[in-house]
Design a protein around this ligand. Structure first.
Ligand code: SAH
Length: 352
């Protein structure tokens, strides 16, 4: 079977070429082409034709198809639905800020975590993405839009720490100076709270920003909306976050979705401040984005403001996240692996 060449690090590619009897510098040439968005070995004009043919026999180059592209009329945010080589689909969102371009990537097709407010988990987990399929979301969004991505957030479909090895390999390749060369300080990774994996990540001492989806400071209400809390309860999770900070020196950021009557009580703000007390933390308040299947509603503006004030009065810094791309369902928790109309062509299923 042909190997997925874009999932290889430069070092691994070097080993493969050595085994083929090729000189070392070829690996670097091929790596550069791949991370510049080449779709075929044919395009690699500084390689001898015979080598290009040989490479074609040994490797595949993944090329996702744009199954749908939507551009927000409000803020220019672009949402892509990619069709992968096996017909499955994932979404990514390209956002423009004054300091550059950020992309929100998916790490899995679907998600096994079952959070009650999130569209990405409807239908469960189908499969995990290969490193190449995460990279492709950047390479092909850049190719299509003509923009250059400077920040990467792993906050799309899937639980990145549930696809640990592939995500770390993706980050290593992304970070490589001969490849896309995006530094770890420009990467954020979001998790619903898989404690053993948070501790494993801490050991790697990467300079990325870890975001933890907390959404509630008490076990009763957190377990009601996030099944993962039954395995790793709030205090165990926060303890792992403290260890993460101690081991990496990187401040953990917390995402807190404001859900009417579920997570926005004033007592919860006080408990959250108490639990985060003394911790180098930042809280991002996210008013719930609409997902029609969930039956949950966003908190009122007043409730969000009150919650933020209580946190700040207790010395916890909190910001309210600006919503981008709301007219195209491109906000947190609204990404899906499917949409209406694609079904006939491949495996993509109907969304709501
Ligand atoms: N599985 C990871 C990565 C997904 S990131 C994680 O849970 O962190 C997506 C972020 O959006 C998470 O913080 C998630 O909890 C949040 N989210 C999900 N559904 C949402 C919704 N309907 N409104 C606002 N935020 C939502």
């Amino acid at each position: 079977m042909r190997e997925d060449v874009k999932s290889l690090t430069l070092e691994e590619l070097g080993q493969r070429l050595k085994a083929l009897g090729e000189p070392g510098f070829r690996a670097k040439q091929i790596f550069k082409w791949l991370h510049g968005g080449a779709e075929r070995f044919d395009e690699m004009t500084n390689l001898p034709a015979a080598l290009r043919e040989r490479l074609d026999g040994c490797f595949t180059i993944t090329v996702p198809k744009i199954a749908r592209k939507q551009v927000s009329k409000l803020d220019g945010t672009v949402k892509y639905l990619w069709q992968l080589s096996d017909g499955n689909c994932v979404e990514s969102v390209l956002m423009q800020y004054h300091h550059g371009c950020s992309i929100c990537l998916s790490s899995e097709v679907g998600c096994a975590m079952g959070c009650k407010f999130c569209a990405s988990t409807i239908g469960g987990l189908v499969r995990r993405l290969a490193p190449s399929e995460m990279l492709d979301q950047i390479l092909f969004a850049e190719k299509d839009s003509g923009m250059t991505v400077s920040n990467v957030v792993l906050m799309g479909i899937g639980e990145p720490l549930d696809n640990f090895d592939n995500v770390l390999k993706f980050l290593e390749i992304l970070n490589h100076p001969e490849g896309r060369n995006i530094g770890m300080r420009h990467v954020s990774l979001s998790t619903c709270g898989l404690v053993p994996k948070i501790l494993e990540l801490a050991k790697r001492k990467l300079q990325l920003t870890l975001s933890v989806s907390l959404h509630s400071p008490d076990d009763e209400s957190r377990s009601a909306i996030m099944p993962v809390n039954k395995i790793y309860p709030v205090d165990v999770l926060l303890d792992a976050c403290r260890k993460y900070f101690a081991m990496t020196g990187r401040r953990v950021s917390f995402e807190y979705t404001m859900i009417d009557g579920v997570s926005d009580h004033e007592a919860q703000a006080r408990l959250l401040a108490e639990k985060l007390g003394g911790m180098a933390a930042h809280v991002n308040l996210i008013p719930l984005n609409a997902v029609s299947e969930t039956g949950l509603r966003a908190s009122s503006r007043e409730a969000v403001r009150r919650f933020q004030t209580i946190l700040e009065e207790h010395g916890v810094t909190a910001t309210v996240r600006r919503t981008l791309g709301s007219d195209i369902d491109a906000s947190c928790g609204q990404l899906r692996r499917a949409y209406e109309g694609i079904k006939e062509e491949g495996k993509c299923e109907r969304g709501a």
